[in-house]
Design a protein around this ligand. Structure first.
Ligand code: BTN
Length: 259
């Protein structure tokens, strides 16, 4: 039986529609499929107990064993009043909202935001965010979030164990995934509110958690590669890199190396 209580989600969060599947390939794919077939009640949540083919940025996959929390939230930017110019801030802001929930759940542990869409706990990746739009439904935004909650990496292959972690591995106790989900949805709502309001604390909040600040790194921008020292994240959500040729602001890209 699933841990998720749909009535509770509807009562305690801003979600208006829930689509639960015991198993699905990708909650983002499911969200896109439902929206493409005319779903109209947003925010809509797609959630599963077992995601079998989760997608990450680019060609990346998202591995989620039993005990992980994987869901997607589809929002209608027009109804919420979210301007198109603010869409590029969404990945980072959603990562920030996960940081804020983890800081409550494991208050004594190090939580960082790795621009543009990862959350790290005690130096290892604990969450990934995949924000997508839907060609047939302009204005809708799908926010896919995977958080390693009770899925321990203790028995994972060593190459994975050294780069990924979960809440249970760090806290040495399990968490109620349904509780984590409700907290997370509430924090997402609060943070979307700060984007819409143009709150000044937003940029401060993501800067304070930036894992890359002060580090020398390489970033791939399509066919172009930049190397330099990271000077944090600016008010628009761009990563600032001091290269030999000057300051560069990066709005998208893949961090390929951290020295
Ligand atoms: C990344 O690390 O590049 C992003 C990973 C995003 C994974 C989540 S899990 C829920 C949602 N469904 C997917 O297929 N992907 C996202």
């Amino acid at each position: 039986m699933t841990a998720f209580d749909i009535d509770r989600i509807l009562a305690e969060t801003f979600v208006r529609q829930v689509e639960y599947r015991p198993e699905t390939k990708s909650t983002n794919d499911l969200a896109i499929e439902l929206a493409s077939h005319g779903a109209n009640d947003f925010p809509a949540l797609t959630i599963t107990d077992r995601q079998t083919g989760g997608r990450g940025r680019g060609a990346n996959q998202w591995w989620a064993a039993e005990g992980a929390l994987t869901f997607s939230l589809t929002i209608d930017s027009k109804v919420l009043g979210l301007e198109t110019r603010d869409w590029p801030k969404m990945s980072l802001t959603m990562g920030l909202s996960v940081c804020e929930v983890l800081e409550r759940l494991v208050p004594d542990r190090r939580v960082h935001l790795k621009w543009p869409n990862d959350v790290f706990l005690e130096g290892r990746k604990v969450c990934g965010v995949l924000v997508e739009t839907i060609a047939q439904r302009p204005g809708l935004i799908v926010i896919g979030i995977g958080i390693n909650v009770n899925n321990s990496f203790a028995d994972a292959p060593p190459e994975l164990r050294s780069i990924a972690t979960s809440l249970v591995d760090v806290a040495l106790r399990s968490f109620g995934v349904a509780d984590v989900l409700v907290l997370q949805l509430q924090q997402i709502e609060a943070r979307i509110g700060t984007v819409i309001a143009g709150s000044e604390d937003l940029a401060e909040a993501w800067r304070a958690r930036c894992m890359l600040e002060g580090r020398t790194l390489s970033i791939e921008l399509g066919t172009r590669r930049l190397t330099g020292v990271c000077h944090g994240i600016d008010d628009e959500g761009a990563l600032i890199i001091q290269t030999e040729g000057g300051i560069e602001r990066c709005f998208a890209g893949v961090i390929s190396q951290i020295l």
